[in-house]
Design a protein around this ligand. Structure first.
Ligand SMILES: *Cc1c(COP(=O)(O)O)cnc(C)c1O
Length: 366
């Protein structure tokens, strides 16, 4: 063999953990009629953002400092531009963060069944993951702190609200939990869905608090998942460290311009949030009409409890997929009694209303 992977790369699994709906479509030889599996915002981005994307000078490299976008985010959040790093979605930023903090053998804590991309990066830099089960369908915040102390974790991950259950903790509970973390542990607070959540979910934390970095994104409520723009918010020293490892030209001009225009169109965001609330209620109603129970959601998706075990929920998910509705589900038990349905437009949910009873009838008789 002429090339030699590092020992670490050699040790990593070669299976790709991220199989998108496109791969499923290619395999099935047809496209999904409703795309409700990836928590994308099917209501779409601000028309101003789409115009900015179209009008950007794509022949030119973008500003590697994302100056205008960071300045606008700083104004929006009431922090300094030095407290914000912009990157290729939260996914990209999580990779940089883990690269900055975690080396081979370092301990990291997350919830079993929480966001897999974080775990992927931890494995990629040789970190050792310790997983804490969900408790009552929420990430177990006290349990995560306790585990972090027990294993001497350098990083602990919490999504608030979380994916895949859509549940959440109050901001003050997160602040209180910080005092129970070891001094040497950094909390990665993933707020991908914070725009969809009640105000009480927002933690009030001093921006220079060295114990926390927050991650947010334009992929969900702002409807720009395809443009890949996320941002980290945290103490200036930690934010500056990202310059050592980040891909400085990773964000295109179109992505930066679209995110800036989306941020400035808060009226569109409010409009989308109202559609999300309506769709959440409708998914709950469809679930109820079929004898299933929707969990209360603070996100743009709803976990629907199918009332039985993981095998049953898997059959329901597969039935929906076979009938053209892309959905996903949680991995570990007992959360795997649920399927996860992203908020959809009227046409998407009308289809769900027709198809779900057919699927349940099939599954119950097989
Ligand atoms: C969707 C999601 C992300 C992805 O964010 P990108 O900015 O698109 O990379 C991150 N965290 C959680 C919990 C998510 O559900």
């Amino acid at each position: 063999m002429a090339y030699r992977l590092t020992e670490l790369a050699e040790s990593l699994p070669s299976t790709v953990p991220f199989v998108g709906p496109e791969a499923q479509e290619r395999l099935a030889g047809r496209v999904f009629k409703a795309r409700l599996g990836a928590n994308e915002n099917v209501f779409g981005a601000s028309p101003k953002a789409l115009a900015a994307l179209a009008e950007a000078d794509h022949w030119a490299y973008a500003d590697p400092e994302s100056h205008d976008l960071r300045a606008a985010l700083a104004r929006h959040l009431g922090v300094g531009a030095e407290n914000i790093v912009v990157g290729e979605g939260i996914d990209g930023l999580l990779g940089y963060l883990v690269r900055l903090i975690i080396g081979p053998g370092d301990a990291v804590v997350t919830s079993d069944g929480a966001y897999p991309t974080f775990n992927y990066h931890v494995a990629g830099y040789g970190g050792v993951l310790h997983k804490v089960p969900f408790a009552q369908d929420r990430e177990d915040l006290p349990g995560l702190c306790e585990k972090a102390r027990e294993v001497g974790a350098k990083l602990v991950y919490l999504a608030n609200p979380d994916n895949p259950m859509g549940t959440w903790w109050r901001g003050e509970e997160i602040v209180e939990a910080l005092s129970r973390l070891p001094d040497t542990c950094l909390l990665v607070l993933d707020e991908a869905y914070i725009e969809c959540a009640p105000d009480a979910a927002r933690a009030v934390i001093d921006i220079e608090d060295p114990r926390v970095i927050r991650m947010r994104t334009f992929s969900k409520a702002y409807g720009l998942a395809g443009a890949r723009v996320g941002y980290g918010i945290g103490p200036a020293g930690l934010i500056e460290a990202f310059d050592k490892v980040r891909n400085h030209f990773g964000l295109g001009r179109g992505a930066q311009a679209a995110a800036l225009a989306a941020l400035e169109d808060q009226a569109h965001l409010d409009h989308v949030l109202a559609q999300i609330r309506r769709a959440r209620a409708e998914i709950g109603e469809i679930a109820g009409a079929n004898g299933l129970r929707a969990l209360a959601s603070a996100t743009n998706f709803v976990a629907v409890d199918c009332g039985r075990d993981g095998a049953f929920a898997t059959a329901v998910m597969k039935g929906l997929i076979e009938r053209g509705i892309f959905v996903r589900m949680p991995g570990p038990a007992p959360q795997n009694r649920c399927i996860r349905i992203s908020c959809g437009r009227d046409a998407d949910l009308d289809l769900l209303r027709v198809v779900l009873p057919e699927v349940l009838a099939d599954v119950k008789f097989s």
